[in-house]
Write a new protein. Structure first.
Length: 731
């Protein structure tokens, strides 16, 4: 057997960059193992990489470019060659550009997969400002709210320090084990989110870290925590403010750090008086003594780190909640110290090197971005078009009509989008749609005129840094020939880019393009491939050493040079400069009338081990781990409704209904249910109206549009209301 060492990236979907060993026999991928020499994962892997051969050689893989024959929704396709496909797409997009303007074509991607730079370049070089991310239409409720809030209040991007910035990891003498790790709205042993591997936490626990876990479900880590706080979904902001109240009033904060490096402490101190622990206990359903205990434990164990997840993004007013959590780690002085929350260095900006060829949008095109000017905070580094406004524009043709879409790595109404019905109706109005995917999906079946088959990572080369938390570059190395006519996304975008704007895409092939991207590292693709992994230098307390600001002065890269507990940028944007808590749009407190009819709090979409969002439903080994859509419900609640474990149930509210299977568990609050997201059934018919069963168990039918927060970020994916009852027909 031949073994190819590589860095795992998408597809199939993933955010990370685990080192893998790809075992090849007779030009066929037969096995995948974790690379023990990779500092990132040290030999560990998820089931999804272990099942990779099943994905690559699955009989349902898209293998050739396809064009639709007959009506949309008819699921009838004909093979076409790549040249014909590229020529047709270029001609149709060009026609739209000529008649309607380039902004009439939208470019959609899903969650952070490594297509992002190439998709942005494709859009901008075409002239369209309308790049839509994270699965269109879910209201900027994944990762971006956290990244934006850090960006404007600390000037950086901070992650829990589990030694990931050092290639020698836990052995590094400068690193310290966090004494306490607060895991907040995150289930990293399942999700390994944003470049952060859950297993790192276990390594820290083996070395003595104690956990505080904030989660409505009793997760693997919650069971192992000193203090598990079973929070009412959507009330994280109140909890953070309550903990700040205890820490500040009991004088447990780091006075030196607060004085030297933070801005607005006195105003924050005054604000947190509105959140005494007894009131916060009422809001969050967490016993008061647990809140006080957690506050004391976090503030008095130094160093302490916070590992947060997407749950903190997935309420409407998430920005002030995130701001409050940032304040927690700031007032305790846990910023950029060993074992605290460390500021990620920004040495390798692989996109920058491409910019000199592609340029940026003209101001005129910027102004045509969907929703332009609606949310002042978007101007502080967020380039995308807001999703909720996209639906409105698709349906209303105001301020201008949208005509075409390039959809690459997202399953829109079946997964990423809330308001699924209207999103579906909106996209159906487009004249010309291209979908690039690994499999035929409900999205492709419903909208596409042309479907292009993308390669998986063992079938292609690539460069990339894991999203978010980690800081290394490695190369993804082609180990096998692509199945059928599949091409890598990068090749596809380069080929199409050349046709739409040749100057912007000067590279003869992807290898040349990668060499340009890698310029900041001083290495070519070949050199980096030989080296394996490249880590940038990492240092602690960068704010003392003038390493965070462009002017080289000590401090943080914010307008005041300090961490802004009181945000001058929020103030400029007309937002509350201090953290606060606001109830979700519908909750037992904000809408008691609705709660009478729909009494259960609905949280959705906790990630599952075997699936990446709506992917992998056709992969037998992975589907066996989770054959049906699952709703977790407390046994007492189920009992009162006559529901038994394994029964099909309806979840319903004022907006819609779907069916899932009840799973009875003591690990969820009796007044809360948790429903899985992203369900469709590749085994069912792809034609309308069924679209692979995408309307049957799709929890996003219960999540309406128009619930983005004031700042234009946040959406209550994890804080809705519903009722639950038995399905008559149990088949
Ligand atoms: N109710 C509810 N809904 C949610 C969530 C929730 O918690 N609750 N979570 C939300 C979150 S956090 C996110 S980020 C969104 C994600 O939403 P999406 O990103 O839209 O996720 P997927 O549905 O998996 O869509 C990815 C598609 O890309 C394809 N694909 C995978 N790899 C590749 C590749 O390399 N190339 C190409 N061309 N295609 C590829 C897959 O086959 C799949 O069809 O969902 C959101 N939806
Ligand atoms: N296997 C797998 N891995 C994935 C993904 C996948 O689909 N599959 N998706 C990727 C993506 S795009 C993302 S964004 C990340 C997300 O991964 P995580 O950040 O871990 O987020 P989730 O799994 O959505 O939810 C984490 C936890 O939040 C809890 N929770 C629910 N509601 C609330 C609440 O209101 N407050 C608090 N404090 N907790 C709450 C849930 O019970 C769950 O245990 O995972 C990434 N990794
Ligand atoms: Mo996400």
């Amino acid at each position: 057997m031949k073994v190819v060492r590589s860095v795992a990236r998408t597809g199939p979907g993933c955010h990370n960059g685990c080192g893998v060993l790809l075992y090849i026999k007779n030009e066929t991928l037969v096995k995948v193992k974790g690379d023990p020499d990779s500092p990132f994962n040290q030999g560990r892997l998820c089931p999804r990489c272990l099942a990779l051969p099943e994905v690559v050689y699955h009989p349902d893989r898209l293998k050739h470019p396809l064009k639709r024959v007959g009506k949309k929704g008819g699921d009838e396709w004909e093979r076409m060659g790549w040249e014909e496909a590229f020529d047709t797409i270029a001609r149709r997009f060009d026609e739209i550009r000529t008649h309607n303007g380039p902004e009439s074509v939208i470019f959609c991607q899903g969650t952070g997969r490594d297509i992002r730079p190439y998709l942005m370049k494709l859009a901008y070089s075409f002239g369209s400002p309308n790049v839509i991310s994270f699965g269109p239409l879910h209201g900027h409720a994944c990762h971006v709210p956290k990244a934006m809030t850090m960006g404007v209040t600390t000037g950086g991007y901070e992650v829990a320090d589990c030694s990931q910035f050092f290639p020698d990891r836990y052995e590094n003498p400068n690193w310290e084990v966090p004494k306490c790790i607060m895991v907040w709205g995150c289930e990293p042993t399942v999700s390994n989110p944003d470049g952060f591997m859950g297993h790192w936490l276990l390594e820290c626990m083996k070395r003595g870290s104690e956990l505080i876990v904030i989660d409505p479900r009793k997760t693997f880590l919650a069971r192992r925590a000193r203090n598990w706080m079973q929070i009412r979904p959507g009330t994280d902001g109140a909890l953070a403010l309550g903990m700040l109240n205890v820490i500040i009033n009991e004088n447990l904060y780091d006075k030196g750090f607060v004085r030297e490096w933070t801005h607005g402490f006195d105003k924050l101190k005054k604000r947190v008086q509105e959140y005494p622990p007894e009131r916060v206990s009422e809001i969050t359903w967490i016993p008061e003594e647990k809140i006080v205990h957690a506050a004391r434990m976090y503030a008095t164990s130094k160093p302490a780190a916070i590992q947060w997840g997407v749950a903190v993004d997935q309420t409407r007013e998430c920005i002030p909640a995130i701001h409050a959590i940032i304040a927690l780690r700031s007032v305790t002085g846990n910023m950029d110290i060993p074992g605290g929350n460390v500021v990620k260095s920004r040495l390798f900006d692989l996109n920058k090197a491409m910019d000199k060829y592609i340029g940026t949008l003209t101001d005129e095109q910027e102004r045509k971005k969907i929703g332009a000017g609606m949310y002042p905070l978007h101007a502080y580094g967020y380039p995308e078009a807001p999703g909720a406004e996209l639906t409105e524009q698709l349906l209303s043709d105001r301020p201008y009509s949208l005509k075409g879409a390039w959809i690459q790595t997202t399953n829109t109404f079946a997964c990423g989008a809330a308001d699924s019905k209207r999103v579906y109706e909106g996209f159906r109005r487009l004249d010309f749609v291209v979908v690039v995917d690994l499999f035929m999906t409900p999205t492709a079946a419903a909208f596409a005129d042309i479907v292009l088959p993308a390669a998986t990572y063992p079938e292609r080369d690539g460069v990339g840094i894991p999203a978010g938390g980690a800081s290394f570059v490695g190369t993804t190395n082609k180990a096998i020939e692509p199945v059928g006519d599949c091409k890598s996304d990068m090749e596809i975008n380069l080929e199409l880019g050349k046709r739409l704007n040749p100057q912007a895409w000067p590279w003869k092939n992807v290898r040349e393009m990668y060499n340009t991207m890698l310029e900041p590292t001083g290495m070519t693709f070949e050199e980096l491939r030989e080296k394996g992994y490249l880590y940038d230098d990492f240092d602690y307390k960068k704010y003392e050493k003038g390493l965070l600001r462009p002017d080289g002065k000590p401090g943080f890269d914010t307008p005041t040079g300090k961490i802004e507990l009181y945000s001058t940028i929020f103030e400029k944007c007309g937002l509350d400069p201090l953290p606060y808590f606001e109830e979700p749009p519908e909750s037992p407190v904000s809408t008691p009338e609705i709660a009478k009819e729909y009494p259960l709090v609905l949280t959705t979409g906790a990630k599952t081990r075997g699936f990446f969002h709506s992917e992998h439903r056709q992969i037998r080994t992975l589907r066996r781990m989770n054959p049906d859509p699952i709703t977790e419900i407390h046994p007492e609640t189920a009992d009162s409704l006559g529901i038994k474990d394994g029964d099909w149930i309806y979840l319903e509210n004022r907006y819609g209904r779907c069916r899932q299977k009840a799973k009875l568990t003591e690990g969820i609050h009796p007044r809360v249910v948790h429903a899985q997201h992203g369900w469709w059934f590749p085994e069912k018919s792809g034609s309308e109206p069924g679209l692979f069963g995408a309307w049957e168990s799709n929890i996003n039918l219960l999540l309406p549009g128009g619930w983005t927060g004031r700042a234009g970020f946040g959406y209550p994916f994890k804080a809705q209301m519903c009722r639950v009852y038995m399905v008559e027909d149990q088949r």
